[in-house]
Design a protein around this ligand. Structure first.
Ligand SMILES: [Zn+2]
Length: 479
């Protein structure tokens, strides 16, 4: 009994220990050739001392700017990245994707009545429309605000308290989790209100829904992001407000009725033809087996899409650039993908999977970088936990840059590679402490200055060592 519970509690640890034991009792199978290990050291040094990823991320964010799905900037970025890959001599394919085309309009909000207000006063509220929201009339709407802290409270209040009003979901993004390095977990909890709040409120007759931002800005910036309307429920306009404004409105509404004037005028235009950029560096021994290295090309529109995800996509395509520079060719094909439309529904990921679903067995591994460009402390992996025994030599190569943790993460490590992960493809992502990423994620401060030259070099180092190491692994991976 005791042994059994220990094994379940330390399942991963035991799997690794068992694998180590097996190695000592039978001849150790080779994972990486000495030549590959020597080349990985060169790759890691080139990535961390070079500026390719940094320069590319700067061009994409500061020069091209925001790359909202369906926008001219997104179309320009597709051609730009495809050209960079052609310059490296890669086989480039533009994979057609029909993407949503939602455009932001006016977005303003004021409180017009509250208990104890000076006569004639109004109070500006910082608001941003959520992706795919419908518009208010151009003159806006005015209604009482009902504040709820979660869905359960909304349900308790019911139609009699909600009908005709603006619902504010005051669910708190957990700053404590963020400060401890777990921003993604905090985001994962809060994002349900951004995604589903509008339909939940509309079900009880609300005229609009606003949510406390699902993000960790403490500089009065609202975080946008995708929302989804539920079928069969009236669509109402929806936006996010800053945590500071949410706190103020919650305080005032505890004193008495609060009225808000809200104007949001986004538009949903017809879908636009766009592309995933796919560039293959053909393998010398197994050209039909693929190691994907990727990031997403589209972004939100409030800033420059620098950390989300110019940094990730630039780090991904630094891999073929570094290999070309060092005169190296992988044994398996390294396939760089710049995904289109991660932010507004993943139509790029869907299009790739639709074309490749009969060919998943040839996808040896998949890497996606989409959590910014701070100092990576290692990498995360999804798939079988026993994959862990294949990574020791890669961790050794990454030790000089402090990226030493190979962290098992069941359930996936990147949204665009998710369909491949679900089909058993071993999947990887750089592993970050998430203390800073969600301060800028989807808000007006996601600008190039947030990217540090040394740190994006380290991200490049992690993805390049993973990609080349996996492409040259002497054995199949368990899946
Ligand atoms: Zn992203």
């Amino acid at each position: 009994m005791i042994m059994k519970s220990l094994i379940s509690a330390f399942g991963l640890f035991c799997a690794v220990a068992a694998a180590t034991f097996a190695q000592t009792t039978s001849p150790t199978p080779e994972l990486y050739s000495q030549k590959t290990l020597d080349d990985l050291v060169r790759i890691q040094k080139a990535a961390t001392s070079g500026t390719y990823a940094y320069d590319q991320a700067r061009y994409m964010s500061a020069t091209i700017g925001p790359r909202l799905s369906g926008s001219n900037e997104a179309a320009f970025a597709v051609q730009y990245v495809a050209d960079q890959m052609r310059k490296l001599g890669l086989d480039v394919k533009l994979q057609k994707v029909m993407v949503p085309h939602w455009v932001r309009g006016v977005e303003t909000a004021q409180l017009t009545e509250w208990h104890g207000m000076p006569p004639g006063a109004t109070r500006n509220v910082v608001v941003t429309a959520l992706g795919h929201s419908i518009a208010t009339p151009s003159s806006g709407i005015t209604a009482d605000v009902v504040v709820v802290n979660d869905f359960a409270e909304l349900d308790r209040l019911g139609r009699k308290n909600i009908e005709g009003k603006i619902v504010l979901f005051n669910y708190k993004y957990d700053m404590g989790l963020q400060a401890s390095g777990f921003g993604l977990a905090a985001y994962g909890q809060a994002v349900a209100y951004r995604t589903n709040g509008a339909s939940a409120a509309a079900k009880y007759g609300a005229v609009a829904a606003i949510v406390r931002s699902a993000g960790g800005s403490q500089s009065r910036l609202a975080h946008t992001g995708l929302m989804r309307y539920q079928d069969g429920i009236p669509k109402i306009p929806t936006g996010a407000v800053t945590f500071e404004d949410s706190e103020t409105i919650a305080y005032l509404s505890a004193l008495g009725p609060v009225k808000m004037h809200l104007t949001l005028t986004p538009q949903t235009l017809p879908p636009v033809e766009s592309y995933n950029v796919i560039a293959d560096m053909k393998g010398s021994e197994k050209p039909n087996e693929y190691v994907i290295v990727s990031g997403h090309l589209d972004s939100w529109d409030l800033a420059q899409g620098a950390i989300d995800d110019a940094a990730g996509v630039a780090a991904a395509y630094s891999v073929p650039a570094i290999l070309k520079d060092l005169g190296l060719r992988p044994k398996r094909t390294i396939r760089f993908i710049a995904w289109m439309d991660e932010e507004q529904g993943g139509t790029g990921s869907d299009a790739y999977y639709a074309e490749e679903k009969g060919n998943v067995a040839n996808h040896f591994a998949a890497i996606e970088a989409d959590l910014g460009a701070s100092h990576p402390i290692g990498f995360k992996f999804s798939g079988k936990p026993e994959l862990a025994r294949y990574f020791g030599p890669l961790v050794t190569v990454l030790r000089p840059q402090g990226a030493v943790l190979a962290q098992y993460q069941p359930g996936g490590v990147g949204s665009d590679i998710g369909p491949l992960t679900n089909d058993g493809v071993p999947s990887f992502a750089p592993f970050f402490n998430e203390q800073t990423y969600f301060k800028y994620h989807h808000n007006a401060a996601d600008t190039f200055d947030k990217i540090d030259r040394g740190e994006i070099g380290e991200v490049s180092g992690v993805v390049a060592v993973l990609a080349y190491g996996l492409a040259n692994l002497e054995q199949p991976l368990p899946r």
